[in-house]
Design a protein around this ligand. Structure first.
Ligand code: SF4
Ligand code: SF4
Ligand code: FES
Length: 524
């Protein structure tokens, strides 16, 4: 690969790459605002100016004082160039740290802050704001402008999800480009000139496409804030786990930002993965974190409707085992879940095998509108993983389970998860059965018709894997601890197997995963 030198270090590059891109790939940050690896080049912020010390220089005319003649004479010097737009050329020598570049960085920074309100104490971006970071790294001087700053609109509602503060905006146009290039919707643009510049909506429009939260995500300052996150948390209190979105079968990679003091998730952010989601997520996926705290099942229960009562933690599995023991194994249905990890589903398949039933069904949400950007039409994260866990066996839908219950072929049910496309009234045939056990993290239609419910951990609380629509298996770790007394479903299933006198052949997650490898190999 050809190489150039940046600040004394050799950097390999591919044909067509810019200095910024090649440096970024090597993990070297040249200060920048408007450049984003997933967007086209705008080269308008000028924060990334570098000095081409040898190679393809651009000459800048200047007047130099001649001490001998006492006159200014025409001369030229290499012009500083934006690294985000500067094509890398073999053997060129570039500095992003010499005195001239440092002077330029400080000047650009000072210019961007001339009219800035510096309302960091009430700004949601504080703590992860490029203006703050670069002020400390590249400027650090007191404000010289003593006149009143230019005032612009604040708290402008751009749409249901995003609020705009024009005074904080540095006009980098990332938000415009993310709408144009990712969402393919030219809903944002720029108006006025100079220090009156501001971002504006297309006439008659709101910012309401399916990727609006990506505008806030790419905004390097606090000009765009999300309605959902603003004023809720200070980012320096948050820690981050690595997850996979549960919104659909694309399986976008996520940063799960949570406050360890409360065990509470505050937001998801896209985690870069060139093979899956590049740098992006859709709005619905970003909001899936809100499911975590909503309608959680925290206590085991027995009975249905008004007769449903809490059961002591230690008794729940015994009760569930008693219900299942009373069902003839040949008439027991086992329902896997397209919302649960492959490991949870595999444990359930093992239990079905140990009990002697091959009646396997799959509960899944009924689909939503996909697109050719990221969203899959299947709004379940792990349909493919559940199928893998079943060793490629056909998994019948819940609709067929209902028919089998009505025909008397099925007389007991062990179901994983809350998510199913069927509404509560459609699940009415299950209410006729005494032995319907639900292992679930949340309440929902399936748990509502169960005679015994046992709480299990939610996705943020487990380590596991999902297989996306393209067949890519992605593992993730637990971000939060489950509530007291609640365990991952695979562990609960193992405990239930113990009560039923069965051994599922694994001791821990590692052993279970080995079983998964065996199951996949056997199916090939
Ligand atoms: S709102 Fe943010 S992303 Fe958009 S131009 Fe202003 S600073 Fe850039
Ligand atoms: S496209 Fe699917 S996986 Fe990606 S963020 Fe949206 S819902 Fe989540
Ligand atoms: S990052 Fe290069 S000009 Fe903005």
């Amino acid at each position: 690969m050809p190489k150039f030198t940046l600040d004394g270090k050799e950097i390999a590059f591919e044909a067509g790459e810019t200095v910024m891109e090649a440096a970024w790939r090597e993990g070297i940050e040249i200060p920048h605002y408007c450049w984003h690896p997933g967007l086209s080049i705008a080269a308008n912020c000028r924060m990334c100016l570098v000095h081409v010390e040898s190679g393809r220089q651009m000459a800048m005319p200047q007047l130099v004082f001649d001490a001998d003649t006492g006159e200014y004479v025409p001369a030229s010097k290499p012009k500083l160039q934006p690294a985000c737009q500067l094509a890398a050329v073999e053997d060129m020598v570039v500095s992003s740290t010499n005195a001239e570049v440092k002077n330029a960085q400080a000047s650009v920074q000072e210019f961007l802050l001339l009219n800035h309100p510096v309302d960091c104490p009430i700004c949601d971006q504080a703590g992860e704001c490029k203006l703050q970071d670069y002020y400390y790294e590249h400027q650090g001087t007191l404000k010289r402008k003593l006149t009143e700053p230019v005032h612009k609109p604040k708290g402008v509602r751009f749409g249901p999800t995003i609020v705009y503060d024009a005074e904080r905006c540095i006009m980098c146009t990332r938000c415009i480009r993310v709408c144009d290039e990712v969402a393919k919707d030219h809903v944002l643009d720029m108006r006025e000139r100079g220090n009156r510049n501001e971002i504006t909506l297309a006439p008659g429009r709101e910012l309401d496409h399916r990727y609006t939260l990506m505008t806030e995500h790419v905004c390097p300052v606090g000009a765009l804030t999300s309605q959902d996150f603003r004023f809720k948390a200070r980012v320096w209190f948050l820690k981050s786990g690595q997850g996979v979105c549960t919104g659909c079968a694309t399986g976008c990679n996520t940063h799960v930002d949570y406050d360890p003091r409360y065990g509470k998730v505050y937001r998801l952010r896209p985690r870069d993965n060139a093979d899956v989601n590049e740098f992006w997520m859709c709005d619905d996926g970003m909001m899936t974190y809100t499911r975590h705290d909503t309608d959680r099942l925290l206590m085991p229960t027995a009975g249905r409707g008004e007769e449903r009562t809490p059961v002591a933690e230690g008794e729940a599995l015994e009760l569930a085992a008693a219900k299942l023991r009373a069902v003839d194994a040949s008439k027991l249905a086992v329902v896997l879940s397209a919302q649960h990890t492959t490991e949870d589903n595999l444990a359930l398949v093992r239990l079905a095998g140990a009990l002697g039933t091959d009646r396997l069904y799959l509960a899944a949400l009924g689909g939503w509108e996909g697109d050719d950007i990221l969203r899959s039409e299947d709004n379940n994260p792990n349909r493919a993983g559940a199928k893998q866990a079943a060793g490629g066996a056909t998994l019948k839908p819940v609709g067929e389970l209902l028919a089998d219950v009505q025909s008397g072929t099925v007389q007991g049910v062990l179901a994983l998860g809350w998510a199913t496309a069927e509404k509560l009234e459609e699940l009415a045939p299950l209410v006729a059965l005494d032995g319907v056990v639900s292992l679930t993290s949340h309440i929902g239609a399936l748990p509502a018709v169960a005679s015994v419910t046992v709480p299990v951990a939610d996705t943020f609380e487990v380590a596991g894997s999902f297989v996306n629509a393209k067949g890519l298996a992605q593992t993730f770790r637990a971000t939060l601890s489950p509530p007291d007394g609640i365990e991952p479903a695979w562990k609960t299933i193992s405990g239930l197997a113990g009560k039923l006198g069965k051994d599922l052949g694994f001791e821990d997650l590692r052993g279970l995963r080995q079983g998964l490898v065996d199951a996949v190999e056997a199916a090939q």
